[in-house]
Each structure stands twice: as C-alpha cells, then as structure tokens.
Design a protein. Sequence first.
Length: 317
Amino acid sequence: MNKKNILIVEDDAVTGMYEKKQLEDLGYHVVHVLHGEDAVGVIFNKTHDVDLILMDIDLGPGIDGTVAAEKILSSYTVPIIFLSSHTEKSIVEKTEAISGYGYVVKNSSLTVLDASIKMAFKLFNAHLELYEKNILLSSVFNSAPAGMFCLDGDGMVTMWTPSAERMFGWTGEEVIGRFNPIVTDEKKDEFFNNHNYVMSGGSILDRDVIRIRRDGSPVHLLLSVAPIKNQNGVILGAIGMCSDITNLKSIEGALQEEILRKKVLFDQAPVGIVVIDPSTAGILESNQTAHEQLGYSKEEFASMTIFDIEALETADE
C-alpha cells in the first residue's frame, strides 16, 4: 500500500518535528514547514506530493493557518485538518467553513489524531467519488440529444439541460426554481395527474403530449418520466426526457390528409374500381360505382374472388 503524504504546518519547530516523527512511525510520509507562506508554496510549486494537510492556526509572523488554507483551497482540492490549541466556538466554526475534514485539539492522543486522519481520507475519497459521478452525469445530461429536465415534488424545475434550452427556448437560469414553463394553464391538470403518478413511484414511457415553447408555439413531445430516488428509496423528484416529434406529427397529418383525399376520389370515381389481392384473387377494396355496376354489396365482395364475379356473369349470360 502506498504511503500517504502529509504536510504539517507548525511554527514551533520542536512540536513540528515531534509530530512528524510520530506520524512517520505510523507509516505516513511527512513533510514539515513552519509558516503559512511555506505551505502555500509547497502546494502551488508542487515541491512535494501532498495528500493531506495538518494546519496549525497561529503561525507567528505572516499569514495564519486559516488564510493559508483558503489560499490553497482556492486552487487545489486537498483535505485539511486544523490542529490547534484553540477551543473557542468562533474559531472552530471559522475552520469548519473553510474545510470540513476535521479539527483536532493539540495534545490529543496520537490515536485520536490518526483516527482523524483516516476519517478525513475516507471523507475526501467519498467526496471525490461523488464529484466524479456528478461530472459523469453532467456530461451525459449536457450532451444528450433529447431534452432532459428534473422536477421537485411540486413541479419546480431543478435541472434543465442545454438540449432542453434548444428545444423550448428558455435557459436554465430562467427556469430553475420555477414551475415547469412548458406546461400551459390548460394542461396543468394533466401535468399534475402524471406528476403525482410518478411521485408515487410510477413511470411514464413514450407518452404523446403537447407543450409550448417560449415563443408560444406548440410542440409535440414523446415524453418519458421516472422518479428520482435517494439511496434509501425515498422519492425526491422526477426526471423527464422528451423528443420533439412536431415535424413527424406534421408529416403524419399531411399523409392522413392525402390518404383521405385519395379515398374520396376512389369512392366517388365514375367508373367501377376493384382492388384484387394478386396472391388469392380476393377483392380487397371496391368503390360505390363497382357495387352499382356489378350488383354486389361491399360485404358480398369481401367474401368473393374475381373469378366468382366472372363465373356469375357467365352464368347470367
């Protein structure tokens, strides 16, 4: 197992060397500096690998430990434990606002200090893992071609991806914290029926809905929604993903109109027309003129073949 690298910032040389020796005996690799400026230099100049910093607060002339920690954390991510003789509430609260990895009072036992260091490493690794997962999820959300958004239990927007911005026209800054703006007043009952269903644990898959863009124009969506749960299974909100099918709906509408137009022309044609199945010779379709000319109803045609008509006509002759 690789040794962890610890930077001790302690202005008292004897105390610093003593702490260094104790931690080295526990298996850590330790570097000791006397001043806050020295600690900042080690981190920014990368003169040593540093996995964790033990930071005293009172560091004599120059910047104190809290200022040094703020300078370091402004550009680098590293766990910092404050190691100080101060026990005042105001001092402890100040350090907690800078770094949440621990505060150890000087003269605590080595066991306490080692346990605090180990806990800080566990906490830091957990934060790092969570950060990496958030980066991955953000990358997925930001690059997804479908519009994606998250809502809380009241329907307020908590996340709005770039694809949603392009699809609907509102930016994330404009909609986060607001009720979902794509839902019109007329559609709110429908929305809350769906939202309450999801918040109770259900999911919606590929539902055809109509919403609006920022410019007021309607947009047809294929919408899927699922609940967002924490690690204990408690539902926190909902995540929605939608595809714009407005153009597809327009094409479908035009196609339906064309089919209807041709059907009208077929039905009203002045000549008799029958459509024959080439594999069975069955009559698939017929118009009114054919019924009148041949004397058969549509239902009768449905059970006949073209050969039946020819046979009947021959018998009549």
